[in-house]
Design a protein around this ligand. Structure first.
Ligand code: UDP
Ligand code: MG
Length: 320
C-alpha cells in the first residue's frame, strides 16, 4: 500500500485545528479515494503563541496518524514546510494550509493525477475570494515582472497547496537555502507538473498572518532569490545616465566657450544632483539586497530548529 503524508504548517491556528482534523478524517479513513492508502498527517507548529500546540497534542493522543513537530520558535511558513518535507516518509507528500482555505476535496483529484504519472500536482486558485482589487492588480504585475526576469516559470495563483512525488521531495530537501521562496523552488526542481484548479474557501477561523509588509518582503525574496535582473537594470541605468551626462557636459563646454559663463544654473545643478543621488541610492539598495542574501546564506544556519517531535526531544534533521 502506498503511503501519503500531509504536511501542514501551523501558526496560531488554535481555533481551526479541530475543524481541520474533522475535514481530514474521511480522507485518511480512505473513504474519498478509490484505492486505500496509508496516511500520515504532520502538523508543524511554527512557534504558535496560542493553544495550537496543546490541541495538536490532544489530536495526536486520540489518533496517532496525526503527528506534530514543534519548532523552537516562529521560523516562517517556508521553513516550517521544509521541516515537514524532511520528516514526511510517504511516497507522496501533500502540502496544505491549516486554515481550510485549501479544500480537502481537491486532494483525491491530486492523487488521481499522481497515479497517472505526474510528479508535481499543484492547485491553482481560480477565485481569489475576498481580495481587494489593488491586491489582485499588484499580484498580477509582480508575477509578470518576475516571469519576465527569471528564467523559470513562476505561476500566479499557484500557492503551496500541492502534491509532490517522493522524487520532488528529495530534490527539494537538497535545496537548503534558509531564505526560501518555495514557489520558485517548486518550479526550479522541474519534474512533470499538472494543474488542478480549485476554489479557495474562506478562512475557517483566525486571520491571515501575511500582512502587506510581509507580502512585500516575500516579493523581494522572490526576485532576489531567482534573478539578478535588478543588478543588470542598475548597470544599464548607470550606463544610460553616464552617456546623457557626457552629452550634457559637451553641451555646457561648448556653450561656455561660445557665450561665456554667466553664473546661473542653480536649478539645473540641484535637479541633476538630486536625480543622480536618487539613482545611486536605488542602485546601492539593490546591491544591498543581494549582499544581505549572501550574508544570511553564508552563515549556513539550519533553516529551522526542532523542539520536540510528537512530544519527544527532537533529533535535528535540519542539517541534512
Ligand atoms: N503559517 C506558518 N508560519 C507563519 C505564518 C503562517 O506556518 O509564520 C501557516 C499558517 O498557519 C497557515 C499557512 O501558513 O497554515 C498560511 O497562512 P495564512 O492563512 O495566514 O496565509 P494566507 O492564506 O493568507 O496566504
Ligand atoms: Mg490562509
Amino acid at each position: 500500500m502506498k503511503k501519503i503524508s500531509i504536511i501542514i504548517p501551523v501558526f496560531n491556528e488554535a481555533s481551526g485545528l479541530q475543524k481541520l482534523r474533522a475535514a481530514l478524517c474521511p480522507l485518511i479513513d480512505n473513504s474519498l479515494t478509490d484505492t486505500p492508502y496509508g496516511w500520515e498527517v504532520i502538523f508543524i507548529n511554527d512557534g504558535s503563541r496560542d493553544t495550537s500546540l496543546s490541541i495538536m497534542q490532544e489530536i495526536h493522543a486520540a489518533d496517532p496518524r496525526f503527528c506534530y513537530i514543534d519548532l523552537s520558535r516562529n521560523f516562517g511558513k517556508e521553513n516550517a514546510m521544509l521541516a515537514g518535507l524532511d520528516h514526511a516518509c510517504g511516497d507522496a507528500v501533500v502540502i496544505m494550509d491549516a486554515d481550510l482555505q485549501h479544500p480537502v476535496r481537491v486532494i483525491p483529484q491530486m492523487i488521481r493525477q499522481w497515479e497517472d504519472g505526474f510528479q508535481d500536482v499543484y492547485g491553482r486558485r481560480y477565485e481569489r475570494a475576498g481580495e481587494s482589487f489593488a491586491r489582485k492588480t499588484l499580484t498580477r504585475l509582480y508575477y509578470y515582472i518576475l516571469q519576465r526576469s527569471a528564467r523559470i516559470d513562476i505561476l500566479p495563483d499557484v500557492g503551496d497547496f500541492r502534491l509532490l512525488d517522493r522524487a520532488c521531495v528529495n530534490a527539494l530537501r537538497q535545496l537548503r537555502e534558509t531564505q526560501r521562496y518555495s514557489k520558485g523552488l517548486f518550479s526550479w526542481i522541474g519534474f512533470s507538473k499538472k494543474e488542478v484548479p480549485f476554489e479557495v474557501d474562506e478562512r475557517a477561523a483566525g486571520r491571515s498572518s501575511f500582512s502587506y509588509a510581509a507580502l512585500f518582503n516575500l516579493a523581494i525574496e522572490g526576485v532576489t532569490s531567482f534573478t539578478t535582473a535588478p543588478l543588470r537594470i542598475a548597470s544599464v541605468v548607470g550606463i544610460l545616465t553616464a552617456v546623457c551626462a557626457i552629452i550634457y557636459l559637451l553641451y555646457i563646454l561648448v556653450r561656455t566657450m561660445l557665450y561665456g559663463d554667466p553664473v546661473a544654473g542653480y536649478p539645473t545643478i540641484m535637479c541633476v544632483m538630486l536625480f543622480l543621488g536618487g539613482c545611486q541610492l536605488i542602485a546601492l539598495g539593490i546591491i544591498g539586497e543581494y549582499i544581505s542574501r549572501i550574508f544570511n546564506e553564508c552563515k549556513r544556519r539550519p533553516a529551522y530548529i526542532i523542539n520536540t517531535v510528537n512530544g519527544h526531544a527532537g533529533d535535528n534533521h535540519s542539517m541534512l
